[in-house]
Ligand binder design. Structure first.
Ligand code: AMP
Length: 210
């Protein structure tokens, strides 16, 4: 199955992507994680992306389109995948269409901005493997340590309050039009994000069967 997860930053796409990945045994591909990894390794891509990311802006389309093209050409994607954080603009969605990729379903996780801002202040990510946690909704077993790889869990620079507001603005302007784009293709399924992560997960899994 070829899936796209849509939703504002902080809506919980990453967590739902992990669940789908475990359930359907298909890779979850996060352009944000790929870019952060490049940044950590000091590659050319990382350097190109850094200033955009730090300011809560989108990295230019041509850069992320190249990233996704390369990633989707890898062997583990041939039976399906979940895209988490791509596409984020209409030109990115059109590029995906031009690659000849037939998306089966687009799941949009809806959460109000106020709740997102509150949630993001509690978000932590593992600096080593990128796994995501939340101090209230999804704590790691040992505080400050990743369950999966024992790396340190930290606040992402772009999760700081001013950057979060900027990212939400960018989302409404540039990413939200994708709902219309996929609605017109009859692919859009809306999941109302719930207070409890497990309740959102139940709805996401239902959306896969619909
Ligand atoms: P994320 O972890 O998905 O919230 O992504 C973090 C940051 O990476 C975003 O705020 C953007 O700067 C950049 N990024 C990730 N995916 C994309 C994309 N599809 N298009 C443009 N920029 C992206």
């Amino acid at each position: 199955m070829k899936l796209i997860l849509l939703g504002a930053p902080g809506a919980g796409k990453g967590t739902q992507a992990e669940v789908i990945c475990d359930t359907l045994k298909i890779p979850a591909i996060s352009t944000g994680n790929i870019i952060r990894e490049a940044l950590k390794n000091g590659t050319e891509l990382g350097l190109k992306a850094k200033s955009y990311m730090d300011e809560g802006k989108l990295v230019p389309d041509e850069v992320v389109i190249e990233i996704i093209k390369e990633r989707l050409s890898q062997d583990d994607c041939k039976d399906g995948f979940i895209l988490d954080g791509f596409p984020r603009t209409v030109p990115q969605a059109e590029a995906l269409d031009r690659m000849g990729i037939e998306i089966d379903r687009v799941i949009d996780i809806e959460v109000a901005d106020e709740r997102i801002a509150k949630r993001m202040s509690g978000r932590r990510v593992c600096e080593k493997c990128g796994a995501s946690y939340h101090i209230e909704y999804k704590p790691s077993k040992a505080e400050g340590k990743c369950d999966k790889c024992d790396g340190n869990t930290v606040i992402r620079k772009d999760d700081e309050p001013a950057t979060v507001l900027q990212r939400l603005e960018v989302y409404h302007e540039q990413t939200e039009p994708l709902k219309d784009y996929y609605e017109k293709k009859g692919k859009l399924y809306i999941v109302e994000g719930q207070e409890e992560v497990k309740d959102t997960t139940t709805l996401t899994l239902k959306a896969l069967e619909a």
